[in-house]
Design a protein around this ligand. Structure first.
Ligand SMILES: [Zn+2]
Length: 152
């Protein structure tokens, strides 16, 4: 049976992989001061320098950025972290990516197979669609970061 693809968090990234411009994270931009927020801020501008009064418009974020920092999680965190102790712990690699145009850092996991040994600060990475989890009828989609080919 075909699983339904559902975003882990609705509105944080494009759901149509074939969308114009490709897969993108979605943030919001204050029309008054130009500040960009991710995770998206839909209530009010959080920039303390902003005079206010602007609307928050959805904007796709830059498809590429540079590695700002990274780490991995090889062990199950202690309580109060919630996880199923019977399920195998799957190591993951977390990367902080600086988006130059937005002047912000966003977090995400790398694509499967890319670990800390494959990353370096300043390396260019791109955002790609990924799968977080799946059950009998749903594939939960997310975003991942992948080094741009042809570096080093
Ligand atoms: Zn603002």
């Amino acid at each position: 049976m075909e699983r339904t693809r559902k975003p882990v968090v609705r509105g944080w990234f494009t759901e149509d992989d074939g969308a114009e411009g490709g897969f993108r994270l979605l943030g919001t931009r204050c029309t008054a001061c130009g500040s960009v927020f991710f995770p998206r801020e839909d209530a009010y501008c959080r920039d303390p320098r902003c005079a206010g009064g602007g609307e928050l418009a959805e904007v796709p974020l830059s498809p590429r950025g540079r590695v700002w920092s990274y780490t991995d999680g090889r062990y199950r965190p202690p309580a109060p972290y919630v996880s199923d102790p019977a399920a195998p712990w799957e190591p993951y690699t977390l990367v902080a990516v600086e988006l130059e145009a937005e002047r912000m850092v966003v977090l995400g996991q790398t694509v499967p197979g890319v670990g800390v040994g494959d990353l370096a600060v300043g390396m260019e990475v791109e955002v790609v669609p990924g799968v977080l989890d799946q059950d009998a009828d749903t594939t939960w989609t997310t975003w991942r970061f992948r080094p741009v080919a042809g570096q080093r």
